[in-house]
Design a protein. Sequence first.
Length: 439
Amino acid sequence: MTADLAIINATIVPMTGGAPIENGVLTVRDGRIEEVGTATTRPEATRTIDAAGCAVIPGLVNSHTHNASNMLLRSLDEDVELWQWLRSMWAMKRNFDPETLYWASLCGLIEMARGGITCFNEHFDAYAVEPEVRALEEVPLRATLGYGFADRGVYESITDWSWRTLDSFGEKVARHHGRAEGRIQVALSPHAPYSVGAQMWQLAATVAEQHDLTTHTHVAEGMNEVRYMAEEYGTTTVQWLDSLGVLSSRVTAAHCTRLNARDIEILADRDVKIAHCPISNAKLVSGTMDLGAVTEAGITVGLATDGPASHNTMDMFEEMKFAGLIHKDRTQEPTFLPAGQILELATAGSAAAMHRPELGRLVPGAPADITVVDLDRPHTLPAYNAVSTLVYSSRADDVRYTIVAGRVVLDDGAVAGLDERHVRKTFREHALALRARSL
């Protein structure tokens, strides 16, 4: 029977624990992986991609990011600490409009598709998700879109909107959750413990349980938060949230750079997942999460870029390399976090961390979310070891094909069906107009 898509002559890294498959073949039918193995004959397929010189890996999964908002803030306010950065960003965010957010979303989706990201966990900082839903029709990645809520600090002005949206969240679920054959899901994203009070946290948790949704938030992000929680509540972020009864297996906690032993124990007991953002955390001097202690406790961890304002790109290859470097330096142990574990964090680990555990491995029956990376580049050759090369030598612009649910989104280096030059031009115009009226 003819497959919809076949990838041949590849080095396949299925992330199932074994060695890469040389001279590998992978076939896709009806949006799912049909076969993975060593080629014996050329399979019959409607379309065949010759991946000679390439590694075929599960689509990269970005378990915590801010796409549209941070696209509009990239390089705007550098070399500042976290809370000053948040205040200056709000000057722009309060003037967001749907059309600007649409073009920002579209440009960010192009960046992710070009970098081999097939799925991402979006945290909306208090603005509408509809522009990104519209953009996802043009660049059909897989996404969980978290509605951001807050009632204090720089976000106090959205208090009324937050309560109204939480009270009517069933309408959001009916409109958006499970769209595009399940590619698009929605979540609840109370911003952070320093910007959301106890009652709003508890209502968000109740709404998530009622609709069987995930919660995506920021936790233990830097010393300013540590000091705030100690002064305001006399405890840590994790212990305060636990006292409210809002921590559970449906929660993804981004950052977690400032955890003590009791915090880690609580997160493990409640089966909270962590999205680890090492580059953003280093840039904002938020600290480096104790990955060894967290993983030893059995906590699920994924890798994430955070947003283009705090990381400057959404390049998961950069994130993988930096994760390896910063943790080896932090532990002073060169054998800590080997390359295979880093690639796991960026694929199956991130998928589990954002509650999409069906993703992240190339196995028959799994959704056909696939990234094809060219290893025949001057900066990657001789590629003795495909996994090490992917983690420490490859870059986002080495991606040739990004495939989501069997659909080729990035096709030999070009995003299918889009005039990228027009998108970039229009986005730039909207961004400059936003800055002019905001600052």
